[in-house]
Write a protein that binds this ligand. Structure first.
Ligand code: AHG
Ligand code: MN
Ligand code: MN
Length: 334
């Protein structure tokens, strides 16, 4: 089989569809290189002294792991000097990170969750990186947080890496979803799945059921009906999976269908859900939609939400379109 590298894919995509300008190509290559470095660190585990807590907390009040901080630094350093970015923002930094003045400023803005699934780091379960790319608003001179507050529909690219038994990179530039696998010996990304499509029908769902007592009625109804199986209203048996790394759950859904849910619940009305809109929900929603699936917050399309804060949270229902439509309809019905 002829191997197509990430670089060849990007060059040919630009030549054929004019969809990946040179600066965006550079951006994707730099992010991919950073993910390769993170993958290497992840793979060393205890031998690389990368496990355990860093003894600090991020803006969300979550304990930072050593790998959260290391991955954040790797992404920042890799992306500072290329001239393709105006600013960056990350789950692990309270404020945005403008490109230092010593480097040229580009037209894109990069947001990331440097290490997704932190609770799985120390137990050798798949984790990953999520990224989203926006364009700097016209006429922007000094980037501020406000410049980032664009709805997900404005993303020009989004992707994730999974550091698991295999390291894969999945991304979209709005022209379908492709998957690249890291050839660890060669150090190169090789195209391994083209134009990924999510089946619209599924028998698999993902939710942290330990929160069931806090759920709102539409979520309880939807999950109860699935749990009732063949003799219940859905007339079929369902299976459940929950990896606690969104990247790994989304990767499974992209490959064989399913629905992923992290709903808002009755605990903290001012903090709906757990996942963050700008660098978790939006990029995943873009990828899922590009693969023929759907993504809502229970009420509306995630990518239509106008953000008002960099680190704002959002309820998430994404995956196979029939299921996402059903749980969204239950929300709308009250
Ligand atoms: P992060 O490690 O970036 O904070 O994100 C973890 C997220 C997501 O990846 C996962 O689906 C979810 O948190 C797991 O939450 P629970 O611990 O509630 O299962
Ligand atoms: Mn995350
Ligand atoms: Mn994270």
């Amino acid at each position: 089989m002829k191997r197509i590298s990430l670089t060849q894919y990007l060059v040919e995509e630009q030549r054929m569809h004019n969809s990946i300008p040179a600066e965006l190509r550079l951006l994707i290559e730099v992010v991919a290189r950073a993910c390769k470095t993170i993958s290497h660190a992840v793979g060393k585990g205890a031998l690389g002294d990368v496990l355990g807590s860093a003894g600090s907390e991020n803006i969300q009040g979550e304990v930072q792991k050593k790998l959260d901080i290391l991955s954040n630094e790797i992404l920042l350093e890799a992306n500072e000097w290329g001239g393709h970015l105006a600013a960056m923002a990350s789950e692990e930094m309270e404020s945005i990170h403008p490109i230092p003045h010593r480097y040229p400023m580009g037209e894109y803005m990069l947001l990331f969750d440097p290490l997704d699934g932190s609770s799985n780091i120390d137990v050798n379960v798949s984790i990953g990186t999520i990224f989203s790319v926006l364009k700097a608003p016209d006429g922007m001179v000094t980037p501020t947080e406000k410049d980032f507050l664009q709805p997900g529909s404005k993303q020009v690219a989004a992707g994730y890496a999974v550091y698991g038994p295999q390291t894969v990179l999945v991304f979209t530039t709005g022209d379908g979803v492709n998957c690249f696998t890291l050839d660890r010996e060669m150090g190169s990304w090789v195209l391994t799945q083209k134009n990924m499509r999510i089946p619209s029908e599924t028998k698999e769902f993902a939710i942290n059921a330990s929160n069931a007592r806090h759920w709102h009625p539409p979520v309880t109804r939807y999950v109860d009906e699935m749990l009732a199986g063949k003799t219940g209203p859905r007339g079929k048996d369902f299976n459940m999976r929950w990896i606690a790394s969104m990247v790994a759950d989304v990767h499974r859904i992209l490959n064989r269908g399913g629905i992923f849910m992290y709903p808002a619940d009755a605990r903290e009305p001012d903090m709906p859900g757990k996942l963050r809109l700008m660098y978790e929900a939006n990029p995943m929603a873009f990828i899922i939609e590009q693969a023929g699936g759907a993504a809502t917050n229970g009420q509306q399309r995630i990518m239509d939400i106008q953000p008002h804060k960099l680190h704002q949270r959002v309820p998430v229902f994404l995956g196979s379109s029939n299921e996402v439509e059903l749980v969204t309809a239950y929300h709308k019905a009250g």
